[in-house]
Design a protein around this ligand. Sequence first.
Ligand code: ADP
Length: 296
Amino acid sequence: MLTVTKLNKTYPNGIQALRDISLKIDYGIFGLLGPNGAGKSSFMRTLATLQDADAGTIELDEINFLKNPQSARSILGYLPQDFGVYPNVSSEDLLDQLAVFKGFIHQQQRREIVAQQLQLVNLYEQRQQKLGTFSGGMRQRFGIAQALLGSPKLVIVDEPTAGLDPAERIRFHNLLSEISRDRILLLSTHIVEDVAELCPNMAIMNRGEIIRSGSPQALINALHGRVWTQAIAPHSQRSNYEQGTVITSRMSRGERWVRVLSDTQPGKDFQPAEPDLNDVYFIALLDKPQSPTITV
Ligand code: ADP
């Protein structure tokens, strides 16, 4: 169990990126969902021991990450949001070099591990291909191969699906699900579908705070009977609701659909709707404005 307690971080420019973050994260995939600027990367970088926190603790297997980053690094793998590769190096050569940095000093053992990892992420056939020729999806799969060097108990992947095409996204989801069986995999994303499809547990983050956490199903169930929908003319921005709060207003199959949160029917043309994770997400964001807090 990864336990994070009251983690706080304010950058020198006054932006408070992490505000009292407390979470308990068990084995499997945990989704951290939030809009851009919510503080996800700040949280991920802190977990990956790449930056300090001002206060709080992070513990896994009795290792205190902030006091003992060296030990933490031996049990974690990280795929950063801006994972750069050397374009003129082959995936096999770069992974071999990264394995040296991870402490695999025996060449034969390293060769086997590199081959194993490339097979796992389905890049073995392309092992001699230069990384610069890889598609976005292949690059992300290579990123997973390097994050898994040394069989870490905790793998942190920061916004890995942004920019992937639908087929690459499915392939990448399957890979994440496969590698999460015997470890904690922490996935940050601003894409609701990533969490809906992959994560048995999740948290929503906004303005440096955790504003919801639990299983997606439990969070959806809590909205049962409170989401209503109505089709309006495509170019109309107006909905004739008398009570409640608009959650979303968007096009679907050529029609504009308004969804409203209300304990009772908000207006005469409204039908009850099955709540989904998008409702959970947008309702959570309604609680607070999205701009970061600046403390001076
Ligand atoms: P997310 O990953 O959810 O998009 P970030 O953690 O990147 O969010 O950013 C959270 C807030 O902290 C943003 O307002 C961002 O501008 C600010 N921020 C992030 N990194 C730094 C930094 N190194 N110095 C100052 N401000 C930062």
